[in-house]
Design a protein around this ligand. Sequence first.
Ligand code: FE2
Ligand code: FE2
Length: 167
Amino acid sequence: MISTKIAELLNEQITNEQFAAQYYLSMSAWFSARDLDGIANYFRVQSKEELMHADKMFDYLNDVGAQIRIGAIPQPPYEFTDAISIFEKALAHEKIVTKSIFNILKNANDEGDFATVSFLQWFVTEQVEEEASASQLVTKIKMVSENPSALYLFDQELSQRVFNATV
Ligand SMILES: [Fe+2]
Ligand SMILES: [Fe+2]
């Protein structure tokens, strides 16, 4: 059985992941509206992954018999100045999520809740990957954003991303 505090933090994290999904969907819409369908696809897939993260937490709370309380998801921004700023915001958001995961992990560790510590290891690894790929995309979009043919290729590259429910 997990403590009320850890259950509360995980319930909040479900909403954080769902907010991230909404945020990425909003970013996807921005690129769709500009016919950059490959980049739009990347953020669509990213959005689905965030919902999968929320589902993982939902299942864990069920498994440990904690009460699940689905929270309200705030509306994400939908106006963006340019492509670079969107990728920068995506990276900044991943960093916030990492901090939040680490905070739950620290609390679970302090309580001796090693089931939650173990559960959250997957998310620690995932966040390292998320930050690395978001950071790499910031570098790439800065390289290509002023060059239409390079941007075209970048869009093609991101069109290849497919959703993998197991990651
Ligand atoms: Fe996530
Ligand atoms: Fe993420």
